[in-house]
Design a protein. Sequence first.
Length: 298
Amino acid sequence: MLAVPIHPADINTIQGSYGIKPSLPHVPGYDGVAEVLEVGSEVQGLQSGDWVIPRILSSGTCRTHMRASPENLIKIPSDMDKVSAATFALNPGTAYRMLHDFKSLREGDVVIQNGANSAVGQAVIQIAAAMGLQTINIVRDRPEINELKQYLSSLGATLVLTEEEVRSSTAIKEMTQPILALNCVSGRSGTEILRRLAFGGVMVTYGGMSRQPVTVPIGSLIFNEVSVRGFWMSRWNTKHSDKPERQHMLDELHKLVIQKKLKPPSHSLVPFEQFKKVFENTLSAEGKVGKKQILVFD
């Protein structure tokens, strides 16, 4: 292994609250990039020095070495830095699918999202900008809010507001109504972005950091005919494990990385020997979304 990002899903799996409950004992880790050291005599399509990411979910990437069947690996270009390679598939993949699969978006359309400083949120901003879309990005207030707004704007965000500001903002009213809302917070925050949708808009929920249910206003359902959908990247990857749609998505995301239109989320690199610190930092940041914790291997 070269680098392994730790996601809230890794923590939730350990807690037993995630959609995947592996049999025990189990090595954690969904994501990451590895370098092939050796291949068996009958292996085709892979050789020493190739970079790979896991094809299957919950493959246990939090380890220094693993032995895997070639059909459980996806070869990726090694012209990226290892952090980009370790992070370009899962979170950006979630962003890519939500921007492509729920509404037919055209240049100039508006997308609204909460949790905009999450790893997925940062990817949404960058991929949307590359598509010519406008984004309204909602974040929680914090002491360093101005720095966060500047950072997200540097990624391509059209508008960045706190959850308090969105309720009274005139800037939103001056923009075209969003037709797609992306919700990873739920609770009151999810309701707020749902209210902003245009007629026939869609809200896609892919997380619940507030641990509160999604409440749908009756007026939005009846008079605006909005739709409420859910999305889980793990299930999409399972259904499309060997399908061309998955490879096409990875090719498109790799292209954005090489073009410097998609960069890794704000992150901290931690040596593998300090793996306990990585899990503690991720757990303490859950719901607050701190820097992405990434294990690196010397």
